[in-house]
Design a protein around this ligand. Structure first.
Ligand SMILES: Nc1nc2c(ncn2[C@@H]2O[C@H](COP(=O)(O)OP(=O)(O)OP(=O)(O)O)[C@@H](O)[C@H]2O)c(=O)[nH]1
Ligand SMILES: [Mg+2]
Length: 454
């Protein structure tokens, strides 16, 4: 997929019925295909009302065709956009007819993300912008849309490129000094190398903080509700979701399978998983469910350990067991439920613990805010950019090399080569974000996550 040059075709609009459905073709020279489709040469950037006919000359659809001559197009190649009527069967016929008429030119169905991949390979967009297109389409909240749109406009790439440029300047300085060992220190002092390095470090930290927020906004939080049977996990899920998604009964062991529901709090997606109550059981079905509870706990970003206020703090063994299974960096929040059943507030198991009632809704808003606080969400902010784990990893690796380079810079003589080397490694990791220095296999992985037609 990575290097094929054949013209490609796909439906660009969503599956299902709609007023309009767009079929898109991209290739190095599409005039021959356009001519066989419509028996005329299409002028670029003009809306042409045309009829596409089958092999017997019967109309398949009347449509609007727009020809974008490369490189002034989305992919950088020639692009032919057919705005058809939006029926799934009709669009399939249009595609079939185009494939027949484009056979000589080698027209094939596009792979997922192939249009965007071509835009990237033809330098129309960089990798963060390509990712932003996927994120913009997947965005589930207004904040996520705005964050992805900012990335697509190039805000994130600009920050990265500015930082790379500053590191490059510093590298040039250090590497040119290497040729004059006797003047090393003085030269670097005069050029304020250390101050410049400190400035780079500061910007990198700001970038990391921003990317962390962006990642929360994009990926959201995997929140697992865990605890003994009957404490009210399913009731809490229903309360958070605002609808009856899980079955609630007074019988312990009601929930067998995981129940998932996503909500947005403050624009942040929360993917909540209600699990089977944890206990020893001889029931085979329940035991399977409990196994799944543990699986969910092992993949969580945060676990809400729910207890029943009437039972008191008798769940220490279970809590210890959960703490043992948690993935690194996963937080646990202790929440005591059924507050409505007690005449006064009970003593909570810890300072962080919260008291709620899934039944009456008391404490639920506080709980939502607490979850956001624990994952480090600073609230919707001007300029937040949607970011991915991949970006954060690259930024963190770059930061490590900048820290090392700082140490070498402080050592002065004899360390300058290492100083330069660390700078170059930091630069390499930043370059991976925008895709300037990215291995092909990783590129394939990123684009294969797109759907067809993008
Ligand atoms: N009074 C009161 N009852 C509650 C509250 N939350 C849940 N309950 C009741 O407690 C019982 C168990 O609730 P569930 O939500 O099914 O508990 P669970 O933790 O999902 O139980 P399992 O699925 O068996 O593990 C039901 O009768 C609920 O109505 C609450 O805040 N107050
Ligand atoms: Mg339940």
């Amino acid at each position: 997929m990575m290097t094929r040059k054949l013209p490609i075709i796909a439906v660009a609009t969503a599956q299902g019925k709609a007023g309009v459905g767009v079929v898109r073709i991209s290739g190095q020279n599409l005039q021959p295909i356009a001519s066989s489709l419509f028996q005329k040469k299409l002028s670029p950037r003009q809306a042409n009302l045309l009829t596409l006919c089958d092999e017997h000359g019967e109309a398949i659809d009347q449509l609007i065709a727009i020809y974008f001559a490369g490189p002034a197009s989305f992919t950088g190649e020639d692009v032919l956009e057919l705005q058809c009527h939006g029926g799934p069967q009709l669009l399939e016929l249009v595609i079939k007819r185009c494939l027949e008429l484009g056979k000589n030119e080698g027209l094939v169905i596009a792979e997922p993300g192939e249009f965007t991949l071509r835009a990237y390979l033809n330098n129309k967009i960089d990798l963060t912008q390509a990712e932003a297109i996927a994120d913009l389409i997947d965005a589930q909240s207004e904040a996520a849309v705005r964050g992805a749109a900012r990335s697509l406009q190039g805000a994130f790439s600009d920050d990265i490129n500015n930082l790379i440029e500053e590191i490059t300047q510093l590298r040039i300085l250090v590497e040119s000094t290497l040729d004059f060992p006797e003047e090393e220190i003085e030269f670097l002092e005069n050029a304020q190398a250390r101050q410049r390095l400190a400035a780079v470090k500061e910007k990198l930290q700001a970038l990391r903080a921003g990317a962390k927020q962006g990642k929360i906004l994009r990926d959201g939080i995997q929140l697992v509700l865990a605890g003994a049977p009957n404490v009210g996990k399913s009731s809490l899920l229903n309360r958070l979701a605002g609808e009856e998604v899980a079955i609630v009964t007074p019988i312990a062991g009601t929930t067998r399978d995981r129940v998932k529901e996503s909500i947005a709090v403050d624009g942040v997606p929360m993917h909540i998983i209600d699990t089977a109550g944890l206990r020893e059981t001889s029931d085979i079905v329940e035991a399977k469910g409990i196994e799944r509870s543990w699986d969910a706990i092992r993949l969580a970003d945060m676990v809400i350990f729910l207890t029943d206020a009437q039972v008191g703090n008798q769940e220490d063994a279970l809590k210890a067991q959960i703490l043992k299974e948690l993935p690194p960096k996963c937080a646990v929040l202790e929440v005591v439920n059924k507050a409505d059943l007690l005449p006064e507030s009970p003593k909570l198991p810890s300072d962080q613990a919260l008291l709620i009632s899934a039944k009456t809704g008391v404490g639920i808003d506080r709980l939502k805010q607490k979850i956001l606080e624990i994952v480090g969400w600073d609230g919707p902010q001007e300029g937040t950019i949607l970011a991915r784990r991949r970006h954060l990893d690259c930024i963190e690796r770059a930061a490590e090399h900048i820290e090392k380079s700082e140490q070498f810079a402080a050592n002065g003589n004899n360390s300058l080569e290492l100083f330069a080397e660390e700078l170059s490694l930091a630069q390499k990791h930043l370059g991976e974000i925008t895709g300037k220095l990215l291995p092909d296999d990783l590129l394939g992985k990123i684009f294969s996550q797109f759907c067809i037609g993008k």
